[in-house]
Design a protein around this ligand. Sequence first.
Ligand SMILES: [Ca+2]
Ligand SMILES: [Ca+2]
Length: 128
Amino acid sequence: MIIKHNDAFSRLQPLLLVFLLATAGMWGMAQAKDFTPPDLEGFNLHDERDADGDGDGENETRLHQYLNANGDSLVSFTTNGHLWAWSLDTRNDEVGPRNYVIRDSNCDGTFDEVYGLDDEFHVPDCTR
Ligand SMILES: [Ca+2]
Ligand SMILES: [Ca+2]
């Protein structure tokens, strides 16, 4: 179980590193709406680390990973005090609506974009 969790966590890194190639036509970008942040009920903090969300070599984004008893993984993304994204990676369910990233593109507190776990997303400019 631990290996599975670590694998799920580490695979977020390439998503953060590759931002220049983010495509405007991706699934999440076409939808602008209000996505509800995940419920942390049953989840416990498992790990924290810093990551580079804009490719400049500085790890400006704090990741908090939470796990529940099923091995489902929630990760929050925080830069300069703004929590701007959540990802949910549901164990034993590699596709579909229970695996996603939601992003607040303009720091207004509303998560207005949704991505697949394999999509590219990056730190919003408003966190600077
Ligand atoms: Ca950076
Ligand atoms: Ca927003």
